[in-house]
Structures are given as structure tokens and as C-alpha cells.
Design a protein around this ligand. Structure first.
Ligand code: BES
Ligand code: MN
Ligand code: ZN
Length: 491
């Protein structure tokens, strides 16, 4: 979809959108159209429940004296629109236009708050975010099933400022889309080496990309990560991305779990729903999308991204329950469940990251536990941290970006649940507090570095459409962490 910002327009085809404030108060652009159509807008409102409540829509089809297909009255409510209100509105209206089969729209922004260019940019951003579609493998779709809207012109006083604001937001959308694409790809197409090859493409944007193969990881002593991948014919990989856009000596570091398919291994998962485990690389997907967003908008910060890519398969060579592996940190781990594999991948990725880069902090992301979904469902992601200041910053970025997060506890008593006689630790806790014991496990590999662990198991895939997120891979985490970086660690 092509998005443009213009001061004025004389649209004579497609749809026109104008605002109506609560109590059926037409904005100036709406009043003008009402006059041009001999009062059609006023009459339409009288014949409908439409009151101008936020996000209400009233379609006036084939209005008199005009060649456009419809005028949509869009409710703005009675309070100024927040950033997130605007994004949601953009997404919801985009979906409605496609539902109606419209090809182009001219959207007048002349009310809703003081900063009209900002409102315009956020509306366009919301529409862009909603426009993502993973349809490359659908060969038999009928034309009426496909989206129609290809042109969105936003009409606003201050078009230049709106265009500038949108440019930076659209960079973030590019990152979100990359994450959604990676998460949506099937596991026969996206496996560790092909995933790494996709990441390599970021070099065009100025991101340095290094790939470690199994031989290199063996040399580094990454026995925890390698144990997970040893049952797969696909070679495990670690990918290190570097974006140098700022002056901070110590980089920020983001680390992702990239299990391109999680069968559970010898502790095999049940069959029903197993196809969902293609998105068990969601954490790695977010790290890559975030690096893409930062590079696209030339963020003024030095940032490292590290992802551990493996496939967890049962096989004659697969890891067994009872195996003891030695991680890069030197700590030994007794495997009690081969399905608790994400933490094994992250153990080496986290240790490697702090050891090599001495970052000012690390944030890891992982679709780590079903227990996290039981705790918080699909609305909030849960996070764990050894640093209160960092935690507050993350929670604030969550509120600002609409990707909400909730802090969960860490405590010695939970850590004790990882004790075992045969090695330094086992890879699962008991029956309870599964998301917390997983986080405790990770903490053993961060070596005092300020750190946040985000368990995104519940928010990586959505079963239903939301205003700015079509159902499927959500890209949850890219907007959150982009905001976290932008508001705290740039300039
Ligand atoms: N990838 C799964 C967690 C998961 C489950 C994410 C469902 C998204 C949806 C992870 O590797 C896993 O299998 N975790 C186990 C841990 C258990 C064996 C301690 C779990 O949550 O059941
Ligand atoms: Mn698993
Ligand atoms: Zn997993």
C-alpha cells in the first residue's frame, strides 16, 4: 500500500474519510462535504445510531453531486486521541476499507488533538501495521478474498511534518514485518542455516552479520546449545548482528531463542497442535526485526543482536534425558526433559554475549514456557529481571508502544528447585512456577550483567485479528524494544 501525505486534495474516486466528534459534531472537512452533497451527511446521521463515538463508522454510499464511491464518517469521540488510539483507528479503518473492496482512500485529518501531523502519521502507521499478510503459499485465492486497498492519501495541514514522522514509524513497521515473515515461514523452509542466510541480508542496511557454525561453537564449548541440535540433520547456527549507530562504549545486547522447530526431542510433544512449534524461533525473529528497525531508521546507539538457531528433533543421535552437558560457562547441566530446550540454547547465547561484548545490559526474548501462557494469557508478555531501573524502563516502553509487559518475580527459593545430585543443575524445576524456574535457569548464565528475560510464548502468535495486528505472527517485541531503545539509549 502506497501512503502519501498531502495538504489538500480533490479526490474524485475511491473513498473519502472525514471525522465527526462526539455529539455528531462535523469537523470542518466534513462540513464542507455535507454542503457539497446537499446535506447528505447530516441526513445519514439522523437515520442511524451513529453518534461520533470513537471508532464508530457510517458509510454514505454514492453521495450526491460527487463521483467518489463513498464518504465514511469516522467517530473521533470527545477526548484527544492518544498515539495508540490513532494507530488502532488506522488499523481498524484499513480493515473496513478492504472489507468494502475500496482501492483508494483520501483521509482528512483536521481534528482529534493539537498535533495533527502526529495524528496523521500514527493513523498511517496503524494502517501499515494492519496491512501485513502472509500469503506467499496461497495459490488459489479468489480476487474477492484478496485485499484491495493500494493507495492511502492522508490530507493534513502540515503534510511535510507528517511525512517525516511517518518515515521513522514506517521503519519500525519494516522490522515488525520481517519478524512476522520469519515467524510465519514453515519449518521445512526456515531452518537454522536458511534463517541465518535471511539475516545476512541485513548487511545491505549496514548491519554487520557474523555466523558461527557447529565447528566454531564446539571450539567455544557451547555444549548446551549443541546438545539441543544434535538430533537434527540441520546444522545449528549462531548469528551475531552489530549495529554501530551511536557513541555508547558498551553496546546494548538483545538475545533470542531460535528453535526453528520444537518437537520436544526424545521427550516428544503430543501430536495435536505441534505445527505451532514452527514459531518457537519467535524470540530470534524479534531480535532480527528489531535490528532491522534500528538500521532502517539509523538509530543513534550501538547495539548487538545474538540469536541461537537450532532444530529440536528426536533421532538416533538426539540428546537423551539423563545426559549431562557442559555449557560454555563451564557449568554442567543434567537434562531431565529434552523439551526444556530453549533455556539450553539461551544459556550459551547469553554467556557468549556477555563474555565477548561486555554489554551495558542484555535483554533476551524467548517463546520459553507454556507456563507463561497459563499465567498471563495472550495479552501481556511476562518479564524477569535482576535490575529495577531497567525493569521500569521496559514497563514504560510497553505502555507507550501498546505491547504490554508485566514483571514476574525471581527468588532464591525458586532457584533451589534446579538442584540435582549429578551436575550443577537440571534443566527443569518442579511441577509449579514453570516460567519462573526457567528464568532462574537463565539467570545462572548472565554473570551479574543487568538483564531482562522476556517470555513471549503467549504473545508471539495471535488466533484473531487485532486493530494493528492481523491474526498469525504478531511481531510482538519489535515495537516494544524499539521504543525502549529510542526513549532511553539514543542521542
Ligand atoms: N517452546 C516451548 C514452550 C511453548 C509452548 C511456547 C507452547 C509456546 C507455546 C518450550 O520449549 C517447552 O516445550 N517448554 C516446556 C518446558 C517444560 C518441559 C519444563 C513447557 O512449557 O511445557
Ligand atoms: Mn520445548
Ligand atoms: Zn521450545
Amino acid at each position: 500500500m502506497k501512503v502519501t501525505f498531502v495538504q489538500k486534495t480533490n479526490a474524485n474516486s475511491g473513498a473519502i474519510i472525514v471525522g465527526v466528534e462526539a455529539g455528531r459534531k462535523l469537523t470542518p472537512a466534513a462540513q464542507e462535504l455535507d454542503a457539497r452533497t446537499d446535506g447528505a451527511l447530516g441526513r445519514a446521521m439522523k437515520n442511524d445510531r451513529f453518534s461520533g463515538k470513537k471508532n464508530q463508522m457510517l458509510h454514505v454510499i454514492a453521495p450526491a453531486n460527487m463521483t467518489v464511491s463513498r464518504i465514511i464518517l469516522l467517530g473521533l469521540g470527545d477526548a484527544p486521541l492518544s498515539e495508540l488510539d490513532c494507530q488502532d483507528m488506522g488499523g481498524a479503518v484499513f480493515a473496513a476499507l478492504n472489507g468494502a473492496g475500496e482501492k483508494e482512500v483520501a483521509w482528512h485529518i483536521d481534528a482529534g488533538g493539537d498535533n495533527l501531523p502526529q495524528i496523521a502519521a500514527d493513523i498511517a502507521y496503524g494502517a501499515r501495521l494492519r496491512s501485513y499478510r502472509f500469503d506467499k503459499y496461497r495459490t488459489q485465492e479468489k480476487p474477492e478474498q484478496k485485499p484491495t486497498l493500494t493507495k492511502m492519501a492522508i490530507v493534513v495541514d502540515g503534510a511535510t511534518a507528517a511525512r517525516r514522522d511517518f518515515k521513522s514509524l514506517d521503519s519500525v513497521a519494516q522490522g515488525v514485518f520481517m519478524t512476522r515473515e520469519l515467524v510465519s515461514e514453515p519449518p521445512n523452509i526456515l531452518y537454522p542455516a536458511s534463517f541465518a542466510a535471511e539475516v545476512k541480508k541485513l548487511e545491505k542496511l549496514g548491519v554487520k552479520v557474523e555466523i558461527l557454525n557447529e565447528k566454531k561453537m564446539e571450539k567455544l564449548g557451547m555444549g548446551a546449545l549443541l546438545g539441543v541440535g544434535q538430533g537434527s540433520i540441520r546444522e545449528s547456527q549462531m548469528v551475531i548482528m552489530t549495529w554501530n549507530g551511536g557513541r555508547n562504549k558498551r553496546p546494548l545486547a538483545f538475545v533470542g531463542k531460535g528453535v526453528t522447530f520444537d518437537t520436544g526431542g526424545i521427550s516428544l510433544k503430543p501430536g495435536p497442535g505441534m505445527e505451532e512449534m514452527k514459531w518457537d524461533m519467535g524470540g530470534a525473529g524479534v531480535v532480527v526485526g528489531l535490528m532491522r528497525a534500528l538500521a532502517e531508521r539509523k538509530a543513534k546507539s550501538n547495539v548487538i543482536g545474538v540469536i541461537g538457531l537450532v532444530e529440536n528433533m528426536p533421532d538416533g543421535n538426539a540428546q537423551r534425558p539423563g545426559d549431562i552437558v557442559t555449557s560454555m560457562s563451564g557449568q554442567t547441566i543434567e537434562i531431565h526433559n529434552t523439551d526444556a530446550e530453549g533455556r539450553l540454547v539461551l544459556a550459551d547465547a547469553l554467556w557468549y554475549t556477555q563474555d565477548r561484548f561486555k554489554p551495558s545490559f542484555m535483554v533476551d526474548l524467548a517463546t520459553l514456557t507454556g507456563a507463561m501462557m497459563v499465567s498471563l494469557g495472550t495479552e501481556y508478555a511476562g518479564f524477569f529481571s535482576n535490575d529495577d531501573g531497567l525493569s521500569e524502563k521496559l514497563a514504560a516502553a510497553g505502555t507507550a508502544s501498546g505491547e504490554k509487559v508485566w514483571r514476574m518475580p525471581l527468588a532464591q527459593a525458586y532457584d533451589d528447585l534446579l538442584k540435582t545430585d549429578g551436575a550443577d543443575m537440571k534443566n527443569i524445576g518442579g511441577r509449579f512456577a514453570g516460567a519462573i524456574t526457567a528464568a532462574q535457569f537463565l539467570q545462572r548464565f548472565v554473570n551479574k550483567t543487568p538483564w531482562i528475560h522476556l517470555d513471549i510464548a503467549g504473545v508471539t502468535w495471535s488466533a484473531k485479528d487485532k486493530p494493528t495486528v492481523p491474526k498469525g505472527g504478531t511481531g510482538f517485541g519489535v515495537r516494544l524494544l524499539n521504543r525502549f531503545v529510542a526513549d532511553n539509549f539514543e542521542g
